[in-house]
Design a protein around this ligand. Sequence first.
Ligand code: NAG
Ligand code: NAG
Ligand code: NAG
Length: 361
Amino acid sequence: MLLQKIFQSFLFLILVLHNIDCDSCKEDGEFKISCSSYSDLLTYKNPGRLKSAKVSILETFETENGVKELFMCDESTFQHYSALKYLDMTKSRVVYLSANCFKGLDNLESIKISDNELSEIDMNTFRVSEKMQIRNIDLINNKILDIDLQSVNLPDLTSLKVTNNSLTSFYLKSENVPKIVNLDLAQNYIWRFTIESLTLTYLDLSFNCIKAFNKGHLALPSLKRLHLEGNHLSLINEGMFENMPKLQYVHLNHNLLHTVSLSNLNLVFIDINYNQIKTLDRVNLKFRQHSSLHLNFNKVFEMMTTTEFGNLTELICNFCNIHTIELYFVDKISSNLESLSLRSNLLTSANFSKQDKKVLI
Ligand SMILES: *[C@@H]1O[C@H](CO)[C@@H](O)[C@H](O)[C@H]1NC(C)=O
Ligand SMILES: *[C@@H]1O[C@H](CO)[C@@H](O)[C@H](O)[C@H]1NC(C)=O
Ligand SMILES: *[C@@H]1O[C@H](CO)[C@@H](O)[C@H](O)[C@H]1NC(C)=O
């Protein structure tokens, strides 16, 4: 009797679990759906009307069911999903995508395939037909070794994110991606690259293996913000940045820089924290407007300079081992300095003359 009851509740439990399995999709309004497995998404009753679909496989759900589903696809997989604009495949055990996987998704604008196990990706996957006009591709947190953009045209692509993969090189030309604006290549192993784009305004190459480059490697006439922090750069000079005349924000922290010379640029912000700058004379910058220079955690020792920084408004050199500050220093470096921060240095006295506005020490 007791055994029978246990058996019955066991059966009931299996039925409940089975039900969850078959119906893991949650609708959110008329056009949006979120499922816990691909088989559920791909058997959804009304695929042609969906504009947004998301699959995220819960670890607990999988262990309860004892099955680990791997995503596989071919040209018929998404054939009935022609209205889909947004597809989110984050953390859903994608190991490989065949080049015709997204056939039929002619209206797809954004795709997220982050947190998966991809080690290769054929970029033609995102242009499986002439009609496809993809704008945003997110491949963050995979193990991709190479992205070949030279044998594909993605005429509408504006944003490509490949953060935290295994790239060692990267090549991009305007003709293949004529509308690209944002390119995120942080946390790879890149040391060889040539990026030429007329439209790119944001480039993140932080935490890679870059030791040096020249003006031919970054030809980006519209670039405004450049992230190069966490590399192995020891020198920055005018020539290297010659083909990026519109740059305003430059992140160079956590490198091995002893010299930074970029006086031709009209910068608003430059971060040189955590480098090897030993004297301000090795920092050659001419600010033309309201601007900020960050030099924390360098070993500057003396606040003295023969160069002046134009219209610099904020200078920060905390933890710089500074023991001396030159008389009239503030007046000398900039006629517009509003804020000077020298926290946690070795200064015992400082004589500021023409009382400098908002000096913080
Ligand atoms: C980078 O991706 C790996 C998986 O490829 C992941 O385990 C790791 O947490 C990611 N790192 C960061 C900082 O997100
Ligand atoms: C600083 O600003 C003033 C007023 O805007 C301008 O005339 C001057 O040329 C600027 N200096 C530099 C070095 O750009
Ligand atoms: C600061 O420098 C000025 C100009 O040289 C000098 O007149 C003044 O006595 C100095 N003040 C101190 C406290 O050393």
